[in-house]
Every structure is written in C-alpha cells, then in structure tokens.
Design a protein around this ligand. Structure first.
Ligand SMILES: [Zn+2]
Length: 194
C-alpha cells in the first residue's frame, strides 16, 4: 500500500474542456485497467466515484472542484515522476493536459503520514507552479509533544488529541516559522483568487 496524498483539485475552463481534462483521472471502474481503456491518463491519481456519478455531481459546476488521492505525492503523479518513466507512455503530465485542454488548475494536497503538503497550479499566465513543504507543527501545552497538522486545520485544533498524553485541544501558539508559512500560503491563495 502506498502512502496517499489527499488532494483537492479545482479546474476552470470551458465545460467541454473541463470534461476532457477530468477524464484523465482514474475513476472507480477504471482502477487497475486505465492503460487498456484509454490512451492518456494521470498515473496513480484516483477519484473515488464512477465516471457517470462524477459527471452528474461534479461537472454541473464551474469551476469544478473534487477530491483526488495521489499515490505518494501529487508531484510524482502529475509532474516528474511516473509520467516521465519510459514505460508509462500513456501517462501525461499536468502541464501537457492543461495546454491540450486549455484549462487552469489549482491543486492542494495533504500527506498525513509523511507530514507534507503540496500546492500545484497551472495558469495560462504563470504556467506550472509546484511547491511542497513540511506540515506546520504544534507543541502540546501539557506534555510538550510536537505534532504535525495540515495548514488548513490550524484554526480548528480544539478537538485534536495529543498522541502522547491524549489531552484534547491543548495546542500552543504559532511560532515565527509557522506564521511565515501561513502568510505565504494566504498570499498564494489571494493571488489566485484575484
Ligand atoms: Zn500531550
């Protein structure tokens, strides 16, 4: 079993282009046989839905947003891992797919066992952007244990338990480095939304 990076993917573009782009992910009925069914796809990038359900539930929106699990990391699935291996002739990179289908994409991932996060984006203006960093850590105010949390969770740790002493929600303040990481993340978000 691989470790999974849980991702959230947002795609902007014309509905037909979005549809073609989304088809590159691996849907439930295609697991394990994607390379026999279709020419191009994103390696090891799984959507836990059938294509029919996905069309009904997700493709009616614009931009389209949905969850994808990447084996090990988003970067290795979409940028320079499996797609660039010689044997994976049918695996495409995100850069290729965004250009082919004329879409803009924003992806955030969280890998909770290795404790890293990724931000992957493609815009027509800025091209491909990839960042990865360690999750911020907090110290338990009771026993001092240091624990990693996804950045998105930092404002809502009141129900999170310390693995060491099992106290709930006793987490300390951000240190300077964590503040910097959060500010950087917020700026990236602002840039994309503006
Ligand atoms: Zn503790």
């Amino acid at each position: 079993m691989p470790n999974w990076a849980s991702g959230y993917v947002e795609v902007k573009g014309k509905p037909k282009d979005i549809k073609n782009f989304c088809k590159l992910f691996i849907f439930e009925e295609e697991e394990g046989k994607k390379n026999q069914i279709q020419k191009h796809y994103f390696a090891r990038s799984f959507v836990y839905s059938t294509w029919e359900d996905f069309k009904k539930e997700e493709l009616s929106q614009n931009p389209v947003g949905f969850a994808v699990d990447f084996a090990w990391a988003g970067g290795t699935c979409l940028i320079d891992g499996y797609p660039t291996e010689k044997d994976n002739k049918n695996c495409v990179t995100l850069d290729w797919a965004c250009k082919k289908y004329n879409v803009e994409v924003d992806i955030q991932t969280e890998e909770r066992s290795e404790c890293f996060e990724e931000h992957i984006a493609y815009t027509k203006k800025g091209g491909l952007v990839y960042n990865s960093w360690n999750m911020p850590t907090k110290n338990c105010g009771i026993c001092g244990n240091e624990q990693s949390f996804p950045t998105q969770m930092l404002d809502s740790l009141e129900n999170e338990e310390c693995y060491e002493c099992e106290n709930v929600g006793k987490w300390g303040q951000d240190d300077e480095l964590q503040k910097m990481v959060r500010e950087k993340m917020e700026k990236i978000k602002e840039k994309q939304n503006g």
